[in-house]
Design a protein around this ligand. Structure first.
Ligand code: HEC
Length: 269
């Protein structure tokens, strides 16, 4: 699995190195100057997250449910044969990033959460009201935590989001509709600007987080009863009782998102 991440890194590195026209003396400092504002970087990683989250929700959870696959809060328990809910997938990514040396924070909150621990408070609650109105990202410096903070709308992008939240026993709102702002992802980083190296580290810690939680899911699947066990390989739940391997999953994320991110990295140069 490490290879997949390395390939992504190499892909980024190649794009960065191949744009030519960089004078020799400058190329030595490339990678150490701060070239991106923290806002730009958090926007890039939030975009990767949107793509990953929608892909997981639609192609794995949405289509998987039609095949009889289950997704549950207690997916990690031995007696529960299920995969992680989208929010728990995201929390898995956040946990993996927290364990990495990259000082990037990720949190998913709402004003009407299923889980009370996910309710926005203070400044974030105020800004979330604005996000609900215009769906535009909000940036601020959190004086208390000394962290640059960015919030991005989390939209009900798939039927699965709406039906699951509306019908959840602990829901605090049961009339969510497709397209609603259901919450926001909050991202935090300690510095106001980043070098290429730090930017690539942020993006790859996100990608690694995705692979880590997806692999945990596949590990759980390995312990399912034979009759229920999806086949893991190139196929997706759309075609039957199948799950893509971590490589195949990450490859789709890359196809859907990295092009935009790379364009950003190249243009900035
Ligand atoms: C199969 C059920 C299910 C699906 C599908 C689902 N969610 Fe959730 N969602 C949950 C549960 C349960 C939680 C609370 C998880 C926790 O933190 O314990 C949650 C948490 C959240 C939160 C954090 C606030 C809260 O409600 O606790 C947001 C925002 C959110 N989901 C939005 C979405 C969006 C947007 C989608 C579709 C892209 C989606 N959810 C799909 C069940 C679901």
């Amino acid at each position: 699995m490490k290879n997949v991440i390395n390939i992504m890194l190499v892909a980024f590195a190649l794009v960065l190195n191949s744009c030519g026209g960089v004078p020799e003396e400058k190329s030595e400092t490339v990678g150490s100057e701060n070239v991106f504002s923290v806002e730009e970087v958090l926007e890039m990683v939030a975009k990767e997250n949107d793509v990953t989250r929608t892909l997981y929700t639609k192609a794995i959870v949405g289509k998987g449910k039609l095949q009889g696959m289950k997704f549950d809060e207690d997916w990690r328990k031995d007696n529960v044969e299920a995969g992680p809910l989208p929010a728990l997938f995201l929390r898995g990514v956040a946990t993996s990033i927290r364990k990495s040396p990259v000082p990037l924070g990720l949190y998913l909150g709402s004003d009407f959460p299923v889980n009370a621990a996910n309710k926005f408070e203070g400044k974030q609650a105020d800004l979330f009201k604005q996000i609900k109105k215009d769906q535009k990202p909000q940036f601020f410096y959190d004086e208390e935590q000394k962290l640059h903070t960015a919030m991005f709308a989390d939209l009900a992008s798939a039927d699965a989001c709406v039906t699951c939240h509306n019908n959840h026993p602990q829901t605090t709102k049961s009339d969510w509709k497709l397209g609603d702002v259901m919450g926001a992802t909050t991202w935090q980083y300690p510095k106001d600007s980043l070098s290429y190296k730090e930017t690539v580290e942020v993006l790859s810690s996100y990608a690694k987080g995705t692979v880590d939680i997806y692999m945990e899911y596949l590990d759980e699947v390995a312990a399912f009863k034979e009759s229920e066990k999806p086949e893991i390989g190139n196929k997706w739940p759309e075609e039957g009782n199948y799950l893509p391997s971590a490589e195949v999953f990450l490859d789709s994320v890359k196809k859907l998102s990295s092009y935009e991110t790379m364009k950003h990295l190249v243009v900035a140069k």
